[in-house]
Write a protein that binds this ligand. Structure first.
Ligand code: ATP
Ligand code: MG
Length: 256
């Protein structure tokens, strides 16, 4: 098992009030699996992802990656933040080299890896541009290969397409899938978009606002690349949308 979560709990203390966000969350992720965490706003998706990343400690419970318990951030886990979070003052090349420098990877190796990653993401020739000079897709690919630069065993992505409009979003999902298919790193992606979850994932886990309980754990058994118009695809979407509506406990609620 690549990632194992055992009874992960998280409580925050806000103004002397104890706020329980995650309670006994347990699941395993197989090597090479692409999973999405889906759930209403505030249900604890980001909290869970940042605990797996080691940016925040769990209140109790255990997380292991490749059999090793994790308690702090490490290069075995890459992270893609919402809105890409590229360093605006650095070129594409420097953004990608940054984590490798932090990891003290020797210069010659860094340069070689940079070339490989740029080629993989079809960004050759763009390495000296700054983030504001890139298209949305290029920014996203830069953020993903920056996270892949240290060869993480697990790639964690928090709503990597959160700020992108509907049509651009579909194009970027396809680009992200194509990039992922090249090396099939184990992925845990947070989203609140049902279509995105069905399109991208091998498996979707639906969390609830009720103490981060898991409402559903569903394999998406569809060939890639997926046809968004197929009956089976629509059925997965409908099923997950209904589960989410129930999670919100409002049948008229809009789930995007
Ligand atoms: N540092 C913190 N201190 C106190 N409470 C926090 C902290 N971080 C998160 N929370 C609380 O934990 C809950 C879950 O937040 P989280 O950011 O994980 O939700 P989310 O599922 O990612 O939501 P969204 O879809 O809106 O991004 C919220 O009620 C939030 O107020
Ligand atoms: Mg969040």
């Amino acid at each position: 098992m690549k990632v194992r979560l055992e009874n992960v709990c998280k409580t925050f203390n806000n103004n002397k009030e104890v706020h329980e966000v995650l309670k006994d969350i347990s699941f395993d992720v197989k090597e090479g699996q692409f999973i999405s965490l889906l759930g209403p706003s505030g249900c604890g998706k980001t909290t869970l992802l940042t605990i797996i990343a080691g940016f925040k400690p769990a209140t109790s419970g255990k997380i292991s990656v490749s059999g090793k318990y994790v308690s702090s951030a490490g290069s075995d886990r890459g992270f893609v933040f919402q809105n890409y979070a590229l360093f605006p003052w650095m070129t594409v090349a420097d953004n990608i080299l940054f984590p490798m420098k932090e990891q003290k990877i020797p210069k010659a190796e860094r340069e070689k890896k940079l070339g490989e990653l740029l080629e993989m993401a079809q960004l050759l020739g763009k390495e000296n541009l700054f983030p504001h000079q890139l298209s949305g897709g290029m920014k996203q690919r830069t953020a993903v290969i920056r996270a892949l630069a240290c060869k993480p065993e697990v790639l964690l992505m928090d709503e990597p397409l959160g700020a992108v409009d509907f049509q651009m979003r579909q194009i970027l999902q396809e680009e992200l899938e194509a990039l992922w298919l090249k090396d099939r790193t184990t992925v845990i992606m947070v989203t609140h978009d049902v279509d995105e979850a069905v399109y991208m994932s091998d498996r979707v886990i639906v969390m609830s606002t009720e103490k981060g309980k898991i409402l559903e754990d569903m394999n998406i058994d569809l060939e890639r690349s997926r046809d968004r118009e197929s009956e089976k695809y629509k059925k997965y979407k409908d099923t997950l949308t209904n589960i989410l509506k129930k999670a919100l406990n409002r049948d008229d609620s809009k789930v995007v």
